[in-house]
Design a protein. Structure first.
Length: 110
């Protein structure tokens, strides 16, 4: 039961962190001034053209939360538990990959 609640809290925390503006992008404008933007990891993935990672994170988090809710409501089969654990681990791994990719990605401005 504790694992199911932690699974829901972890997936919520993943999406909160992915929506925080934690990166600063700087670009030199044609006028010579330097402009700064505060961006979230999701925004940086969209700019870099790697938005498939966001969709993968959403799918894994949704499966994890849905199976956790099913488990909380009393559907306690081994299959549901296995799916919940696999989707939680997958969600955590994709979250780590997203954070690594966004820290190394740079937006291209034309």
């Amino acid at each position: 039961m504790l694992m199911t609640i932690l699974s829901i809290i972890a997936n919520i925390a993943f999406f909160v962190v992915l929506n925080l503006n934690i990166y600063t992008d700087r670009a030199k404008m044609p006028t010579g001034e330097v402009r700064e933007w505060r961006r979230s990891p999701i925004a940086r993935l969209n700019i870099a053209g790697q938005s498939f990672l966001i969709y993968l994170q959403i799918v894994l988090a949704a499966v994890s939360v849905i199976t956790s809710v099913l488990f909380l409501f009393g559907i306690r089969t081994r299959t549901i538990r296995t799916i919940q654990l696999v989707s939680l681990m997958g969600s955590a791994i994709v979250f780590i990959i997203i954070m690594i990719v966004t820290s190394d990605s740079h937006a291209k401005y034309a």
